[in-house]
Design a protein around this ligand. Structure first.
Ligand SMILES: [Cu+2]
Length: 246
């Protein structure tokens, strides 16, 4: 089959559509996390939102190339003749397309890997390492409960001081649950008989959501509570006001 006479013309058109769709994709990638994602109440969550933005920006030209090619092919290369359409030239002999795609996808993959590993390594390190506080978290069908070691205080809503690193020791009394503080960007499984750990430094005073992120039975969807992030002094007076339970 001979080459199509309008190939160069078609490539220019596709590249034009690609540039336009890439621009739209980048705008959506930069703006939409602000509309769609919860407010950030920790540096972990800030990094998580930034990662979503950066990965979406990196994905925009790839998605745009697919859509540009598909749109152009649907509109301009539609088969209007009789019977089965003729096949085009094989792609595997096109060294330009193959090498550009190999290099571009390798660079993209390496970038995502390096970014992901770097983000993961800052996760545990996190600031506020001074005077960290441990909270025991217990999941059971279908409530969360929290106890504050060294105090004999426990609660069904979580109370935390702002700006201090919190280490969560998480476990379950029955089945597997998922301890998820939505606006702080941490999520860890709560397993029976095992303690899993997660750390975060709340950096914004306010009330945020805790949910179960692991399907755990009939009332899984209602297994939620709130976390109150207080100033240091407000947290201490809350702690003193609580009855001691053993
Ligand atoms: Cu659950």
């Amino acid at each position: 089959v001979s080459e199509r006479p309008d190939n160069r013309h078609a490539i220019r058109h596709i590249l034009g559509i690609w540039a336009g769709l890439t621009a739209i994709g980048v705008v959506i990638a930069v703006l939409s996390p602000g509309w769609l994602m919860p407010t950030a109440a920790s540096s972990t969550m800030h990094l998580l939102i930034l990662t979503v933005v950066v990965f979406s920006v990196a994905a925009a030209p790839v998605a745009a190339l697919v859509y540009a090619t598909a749109l152009y092919a649907l509109v301009r290369w539609r088969w209007r003749g009789e019977g089965v359409p003729p096949d085009g030239p094989p792609m595997r002999n096109n060294s330009v397309v193959t090498s550009v795609w190999l290099v571009a996808s390798s660079l993209l993959t390496v970038f995502l890997l390096v970014w992901g590993l770097a983000a993961l390594s800052t996760d545990d390190a996190g600031g506020g390492g001074v005077n960290p506080m441990t909270v025991d978290v217990t999941g059971q069908q279908w409530v969360w409960s929290f106890s504050y070691p060294g105090t004999k205080v426990s609660s069904f809503e979580l109370y935390l001081p702002v700006g201090r690193k919190i280490n969560f020791d998480v476990t379950s009394k029955d089945v597997v649950h998922g301890f998820w503080i939505v606006q702080m960007g941490i999520k860890i499984n709560a397993n029976p008989g095992v303690i899993t750990t997660a750390s975060v430094t709340p950096d914004k005073i306010g009330v945020y959501d805790i949910r179960c992120s692991e399907l755990c039975g009939l009332n899984h969807a209602f297994m939620e509570t709130t976390v109150h992030v207080l100033s240091d002094s407000a947290f201490n007076s809350w702690l003193k006001s609580q009855p001691s339970r053993v």
